[in-house]
Design a protein around this ligand. Structure first.
Ligand SMILES: Cc1cc2nc3c(=O)[nH]c(=O)nc-3n(C[C@H](O)[C@H](O)[C@H](O)COP(=O)(O)OP(=O)(O)OC[C@H]3O[C@@H](n4cnc5c(N)ncnc54)[C@H](O)[C@@H]3O)c2cc1C
Length: 415
């Protein structure tokens, strides 16, 4: 919680942000724009955590499954903010986040897939939030994406689920922060949050102490590893491993234009011709191994829908760690310790949620009040009295995919 004393003493508090991913950088940028002195610390290179590893999909509609309805107003609001956020970033830095608005196709390959897709489509349409989804027959889907294999069963077109190039986004945010006067300290881990008298007073880093009135914990999947915070106040975040690969298309003749969701995995075409193939969902801690089974699952899932990928060179493979939370939703706001603010747990939606997270967390720091739309994401919903067992299994949709034969103990699935 931010103490009234803090906000009254200075409504532009000196702030230290732990973690230079898109969440920490977005918050730092907004605070610096509001006139705060801000320092950001990263244990490695800025922007090289999950924010670098992601696929950059802004998939508010097609992501939504039964049980995840509470997250939808936040994801939709962030989706609404994205075009202006991208324009503002580019105007400030000259760096484009490559916001692309072709929309997303969700493809069913056979009758089973089509039934599952019909179920999701009806559920999402029934939410009454005006999600713009269109059922397509196979011919219509293949007219939009001719490289989809002949004989697919059906598809859904989601008009408002777009994408950005998340690595460019991180570069732009770093430049925007620096331009606004933020000090970014790379290769400088925060060892612990300095807490005295029940209040956060700064951080101890590899290069010494930095005093601050507000400390923002935005260290992604590593947020529990930052010292000094009593266990009961640590955000319940865990790493969820994702293996990814990129194929190289001819940028002048890309084989796909839309983001395409498959029964297993997804494909995201980039401006430079890379075709991102994602992503496995694995509970393996911080294991960085790229496995044959993981690559096989990704390639097989992609090949079943778009056989022409067979000809494409593999450009890159990588691993990233989603900051998972017990309910798959982010934690934004008070930690329970005065002056320590939490901004993590964005799991598979952190790129999508960057604009809204920056807005609500900076508003909280500047005013002491969490905007209404973020109240459901108060980290204290996992307070000691309400803290249930952490979910260690995969999410529902992954479980459905696990039921199918697959080559490795991984599920090629959502972000
Ligand atoms: C494979 C994969 C695919 C994804 N696809 C999508 C997608 O399509 N769309 C979407 O919206 N989201 C996607 N996500 C999720 C998204 O990437 C994350 O939710 C988001 O990047 C989280 O941002 P962050 O800033 O919280 O974390 P990160 O980007 O991980 O940043 C945290 C930073 O904290 C630093 N840090 C850690 N410990 C310390 C310390 N002690 N001191 C200082 N610094 C520290 C780390 O070095 C890191 O740079 C995907 C994630 C993965 C892994």
């Amino acid at each position: 919680m931010i103490s009234a004393q803090n906000t009254a003493a200075s409504d532009r508090p000196k702030t230290v942000v732990i973690g230079a991913g898109v969440i920490g950088l977005g918050i730092a940028w907004r605070l610096a724009q509001a006139g705060c002195r801000v320092a950001v610390y990263d244990k490695g290179e800025a922007g090289r955590g999950a924010s670098w590893a992601a696929a950059g999909m802004l998939a508010a509609a097609v992501e939504t499954e039964p049980g995840e309805e509470p997250l939808l107003p936040l994801t939709l609001e962030s989706q609404r903010l994205w075009p202006e956020f991208a324009r503002e970033l580019e105007a400030a830095t000259g760096i484009s986040a490559e916001y692309r608005d072709e929309g997303t196709l969700v493809v069913a390959l056979n009758r089973d897939d089509a039934e599952t897709l019909r179920h999701s489509y009806e559920f999402q349409q029934g939410l009454g939030l005006g999600l713009d989804l269109e059922w397509l027959n196979a011919g219509e889907a293949r007219r939009r994406e001719p490289h989809l294999k002949p004989g697919i069963a059906a598809a859904v077109f989601s008009r408002n689920d777009h994408q950005v190039e998340n690595r460019a986004l991180a570069r732009a945010l770093i430049a925007a922060c620096r331009g606004a006067g933020v000090d970014i300290h790379e290769h400088c881990p925060v060892a612990e949050v300095a807490i005295a008298g029940g209040q956060a007073r700064g951080v101890e880093t590899a290069r010494g102490r930095d005093d601050a009135e507000i400390v923002v914990l935005a260290a992604g999947a590593w947020s529990r590893g930052v010292g000094g915070i009593p266990a009961r106040y640590q955000p319940p975040v865990r790493p969820i491993k994702g293996q990814m690969l990129a194929l190289q298309m001819d940028p002048k003749a890309p084989i796909l234009r839309h983001v395409v969701w498959l029964p297993r995995g997804y494909l995201v075409p980039r401006n430079d011709g890379r075709l991102i193939v994602g992503g496995t969902v694995e509970e393996r801690g911080f294991d960085t191994t790229i496995t044959a089974g993981g690559m096989l699952a990704l390639l097989e899932g992609a090949w079943r829908a778009v056989p022409t990928i067979e000809e494409l060179p593999i450009a890159e493979t990588w691993v990233g760690f989603r900051p998972g939370s017990p309910d798959d939703a982010p934690m934004l706001g008070p930690s329970g310790i005065d002056g320590l603010v939490i901004a993590t747990g964005h799991h598979r939606n952190g790129i999508l949620l960057t604009p809204v997270s920056a807005a609500v967390v900076s508003a909280y720091i500047l005013t002491g009040r969490l905007p209404d739309m973020a109240l459901a994401f108060d980290p204290q919903r996992f307070g000691p009295q309400r803290f249930g067992p952490q979910r260690s299994g995969p999410r529902r949709s992954d479980r459905a995919r696990l039921d199918k034969p697959r080559p490795a103990p991984v599920a090629a699935a959502a972000q």
